[in-house]
Design a binder for this molecule. Sequence first.
Ligand SMILES: NC(=O)c1ccc[n+]([C@@H]2O[C@H](COP(=O)([O-])OP(=O)(O)OC[C@H]3O[C@@H](n4cnc5c(N)ncnc54)[C@H](O)[C@@H]3O)[C@@H](O)[C@H]2O)c1
Length: 335
Amino acid sequence: MTVRVGVVGVGMIGQDHIRRLTRVLSGVDVVAVSDVDIGRARAVAGGLREAAVHATGEQLVADDRVDAVVVCSWGETHEQYVLAAIAAGKPVFCEKPLATTQEACRRILAAETAAGRRLVQVGYMRRYDPAYRALREVVQDGSLGLPLLMHCTHRNPSVPAHYRGESMINDTAVHEIDMVRWMFGEEIAAVSVLRPRPSRHSGDLPDPLVLLLETGSGILVDVEVSANIRYGYDIRGEVVGESGTATLAEPSTVQVRRGGTVIDRVPADWRERFVRAYDVELQEWVDAVGGDGQLGPSAWDGYAATAVSDAGLEALRTGARVPVALADRPAMYEK
Ligand SMILES: NC(=O)c1ccc[n+]([C@@H]2O[C@H](COP(=O)([O-])OP(=O)(O)OC[C@H]3O[C@@H](n4cnc5c(N)ncnc54)[C@H](O)[C@@H]3O)[C@@H](O)[C@H]2O)c1
């Protein structure tokens, strides 16, 4: 079976996903696109075999040729397209965040639980990265003893013009927030945020930041977020257990030792660092939509990540340690 996909929002990641859906993955075709920038939508459709261009995402969702929807528009617009897909009974892969407010996430949870089956997957791709998967296996096999701490680093070489101070948390650190919930299989109970003196490259941003996440069982996770580190896109993680530690291996495929130095590559951006994760993530989604396999991160995961990032934003504003209050988890999302 070929899953016929419509893509809403064909900017940076929308085009990257279309490339993998049409050139890398199997069992899938892109049959429709839509973007508020209609010229961009037409240009992207022009590079595809046969794809309709729709003026709105709602029209794309209603197109009979579209079996499933991929949402890659700006975060504030995700809710309307995810709700439209649920109303049409069509599976929807929504890039992170599921929605930018907890209220919007709860409307999506209500719609999906009323539909009575899972239709939504959220694009938290670290869960598909081979290095993160290997780290999680070590944590879960018990060989380190109980996990006590995790140190995370999330450094961007630079950020786009529309990036705001809040984006440090709800656009960037939100990846660690989801990863930590998945890594340790528990919710995050409280968030604190610390600010060192700002980088001279940071402009108006509170850059860098340190988040301290506390899980329900008391694991402490520190996350450095840097938005303008200049030298590359650098993602690190180390779990400290009672009797050992485990660290994400460096992602490069070759290391050169010469003249008394070690030369290793730092990825240029998220597309390079997580290329394999995105491929696996979307292939597993296509397979699940086609009836072979399970959907990944759920609307509940999307809601929980947004709730924690909201607590982080309050911690950034107030300087206080902010507890996270989650709604009751509907039975549909129990593990
Ligand atoms: N998982 C990841 O690692 C990852 C990486 C990058 C981006 N993202 C997420 O993907 C989304 C898009 O990010 P991007 O970097 O591609 O941004 P972008 O600005 O490059 O592209 C967004 C596109 O959406 C279009 N758009 C905006 N509002 C729209 C609307 N109402 N309807 C239809 N189209 C609309 C814009 O015209 C633009 O073409 C964001 O939610 C972002 O957080 C996720």
